[in-house]
Design a protein around this ligand. Sequence first.
Ligand SMILES: [Zn+2]
Length: 86
Amino acid sequence: MGIERNDHLWSQQHLSHYVAGDLRLRARRRLDRHARDCVDCGRGVRAMHSLVYAMQGLGGLGGVSAPATIFDRVRSAGSTPPPRRA
Ligand SMILES: [Zn+2]
């Protein structure tokens, strides 16, 4: 247990608003706190962030093809940590 189902459903529904900056501070905090405890929502938040960064990068260039650095940015905000050799 530990994770409240209500919070989970609510968080899933508000993920896109969270990254779009549409949520009020109190709502952001609620989602933040839940995402820290919930693997699913934590992953969702990171995925959304990656998406937003990618879109901002493209939009900021005014239609010019994206530079290679955009992939670094997406990766740094992304969900997969760099592979580690044993
Ligand atoms: Zn959740």
